[in-house]
Ligand binder design. Structure first.
Ligand SMILES: Nc1ncnc2c1ncn2[C@@H]1O[C@H](COP(=O)(O)OP(=O)(O)O)[C@@H](O)[C@H]1O
Ligand SMILES: [Mg+2]
Length: 253
């Protein structure tokens, strides 16, 4: 069942102080597939996503129990290299967050931090990452311009390019389209389908249609619990749980 799991989440609890935000969540994120997390606001989707690259470490008072195996190794094991983890498991946020730098400097930011300064190599990586994020044509003649001058959807694709430049294996996306209009959203969705040829993707979305359109697997969460998890086709047409059915049919949430 978990053989092709890129990330295997086992009995994961998360506490913010005394508040338990995740309750024994078990789920396998399959390699080179898109896994969507759905559920009403506040049910723990972002919290769960952030556990996959230990972004919750940055929140004072957050405590994790259970296991998150990346290629079979627990990312929470003592001595795990968190910087390395965040390179392998990159994240895209709700609001595009380019740095106040040029387009070029944004894309190669992570490479420079990792010690690459060879102009030719940076240039090459910038081009292939921008191509990978479907931004090359728009950006190639203005690589030295400020990233902040780009329209929002291009800023979001720039943030994706910035991840691609450090060659991640898993890409986490937390409501990546919530600031975008329907056309820009459609473009990001198409891009995701293209990216899954090479990367494992986990996405949080409050948009059930989006989950149904792009994902291979979906998990429905409620109050910190994984109510139902399985193939998207099945979850949206023949859910096993009454709670799931109520949610996807719009009776709740
Ligand atoms: N930094 C935090 N400190 C305390 N509680 C938090 C924090 N972040 C989220 N929570 C709480 O954890 C629960 C899950 O939040 P979240 O993962 O953001 O849900 P979702 O992404 O599904 O909307 C909510 O009740 C929220 O209020
Ligand atoms: Mg959220």
């Amino acid at each position: 069942m978990t053989e092709s799991a890129k990330v295997d989440i086992q009995g994961l609890d998360l506490f913010y102080g005394r508040f338990q935000a995740l309750k024994s969540v078990t789920m396998a994120v399959r390699e080179r597939k898109i896994t969507a997390l759905i559920g009403p606001s506040g049910c723990g989707k972002s919290t769960l996503l952030r556990c996959l690259n230990r972004m919750n470490d940055l929140i004072a008072g957050a405590k994790v129990r259970g296991r998150v195996l990346l290629d079979g190794r627990d990312v929470y094991r003592p001595g795990a290299d968190v910087d390395e983890l965040r390179k392998r498991v990159g994240m895209v946020f709700q609001r595009p967050n380019p740095f106040p730098l040029s387009i070029f400097d944004n894309v190669v930011y992570g490479m420079r931090v990792a010690g690459t300064h060879n102009r030719g190599r940076l240039r090459e990586a910038a081009e292939s990452s921008l191509r990978g994020a479907w931004l090359w044509d728009q950006a190639k003649d203005r690589l030295d311009r400020s990233a902040l001058a780009l329209p929002l959807d291009q800023q979001q694709r720039l943030c994706i390019a910035r991840l691609l430049a450090v060659e991640p294996e898993v890409i986490l996306m937390d409501e990546p389209c919530s600031a975008l209009d329907p056309i820009a959203t459609g473009k990001i969705e198409e891009l995701m389908l293209d990216l899954k040829e090479r990367y494992t993707i986990a996405i949080v979305t409050h948009n059930m249609q989006q989950a149904a359109r792009v994902s291979d697997f979906s998990g429905y969460m409620l109050l910190g619990e994984m109510v139902e998890y399985g193939s998207t086709g099945k979850l949206f047409t023949r859910p096993e749980k009454k709670l799931t059915e109520d949610y996807i049919s719009g009776r709740f949430g």
